[in-house]
Design a protein around this ligand. Sequence first.
Ligand SMILES: [Ca+2]
Ligand SMILES: [Ca+2]
Ligand SMILES: [Ca+2]
Length: 181
Amino acid sequence: MVDGDKTVEITALAGGYLPAVESLIVSEQAGLSITSSSNSLSEDSPPATITVRRHNTDKSQKLTVTLSNSEPNQAVVLATVNIPVNESSVTLDFAPIGDTLLDDPQPVTVTPSATGFVQSSTTITVEDHETLTLSLTASTIDENGAGTMATVTRSNTADNQLPLTVMIQTDDQVKRPRWRL
Ligand SMILES: [Ca+2]
Ligand SMILES: [Ca+2]
Ligand SMILES: [Ca+2]
């Protein structure tokens, strides 16, 4: 827990003597914290910003921080970053991967670490983003004509082994088109 240095008062007592009091500062262990500009983002959105901060440590040296990424298939995060001399923090991108799978929201945990530092982590959910596109061969058709061809395409091409039932509807109740499959 990052909660600052603590001062402890120590007292020596013995019968007939005045007590002796001394104070002692217990300095907090060096630690790393991590925050993100967003808790969740879509597969197709621009990167979020991650901030890694060092606490209770000498800043006269740069600090190399290693980052672990629990789901490298869902987001790209640099494997190492440097907190520069005289700086407390560094920022880096959390870039979601736009895959072609209907794969549900995926939590991704990023954990910074450096030798001697207490570590913490942050979890960012990468939301699924798959689409249907509908294209018609003709933009105008005759009401008694032969009709036109509609093609529905799904974006998740990497996991399309199962058939997908697509509902087709129209806003025109009078000139309702007849769909033939
Ligand atoms: Ca996608
Ligand atoms: Ca997906
Ligand atoms: Ca995904």
